[in-house]
Design a protein. Structure first.
Length: 179
């Protein structure tokens, strides 16, 4: 039986103080996610809050990033409308990778076996040239290999080798193989 009163933030480091966290949330919810904010300004705001962002990165509107200082994005990567980077732990997105519309990169979860429901967090890595398609979810501790594809609506809970397609029904095949 869970005892949620026993839950604590033990072992979870947000990485910045309360003032910086509050300032980021204010910027995130007023300017960063807005449709009228130019993509270049979104990139500049992420960098200003500590993200390591490469050249030519495109960040569309309605993107949510929990903690920018725990985000690394390689050159010419794309992050699509409504994507959610729930990075309690570091997220690395490789060069020329694409995180499509409403995709979720989730580095946090809870230990369902523990009565106190403690965190079970781990980083997420999206390899160079990989594609996380629309509404796909990549869970904590997963590494998506170079040029791999997580299909639309798929949930990925274990590493995906390079040049591999993970379908919404959980099957895997080489990227170039016909569907």
């Amino acid at each position: 039986m869970r005892d949620l009163r026993a839950f604590t933030l033990a072992g979870y480091d947000k990485g910045r103080g309360l003032l910086v966290q509050a300032l980021w949330f204010a910027v995130l919810n007023t300017v960063f996610m807005a449709w009228f904010t130019p993509a270049r300004l979104r990139v500049a705001l992420l960098r200003a809050f500590g993200a390591d962002i490469g050249a030519g990165v495109l960040v569309r509107h309605r993107v949510r990033v929990l903690w920018p200082w725990k985000l690394t994005v390689g050159d010419h990567a794309w992050i699509g409308e409504g994507a959610w980077i729930l990075n309690l732990e570091p997220v690395a997105i490789g060069a020329h990778a694409c995180v499509s519309q409403e995709a979720l990169l989730c580095t946090g979860s809870h230990d369902h076996r523990a009565a106190d429901f403690r965190y079970r967090n781990a980083p997420v890595t999206v390899g160079e040239g990989a594609w996380i398609a629309a509404r796909a979810t990549v869970l904590a501790g997963v590494e998506v290999g170079r040029c791999a594809v997580v299909a639309a609506g798929a949930v990925l809970h274990r590493d995906l080798p390079e040049l591999t397609l993970h379908t919404a029904d959980g099957r895997r095949r080489p990227v170039g193989e016909p569907v």
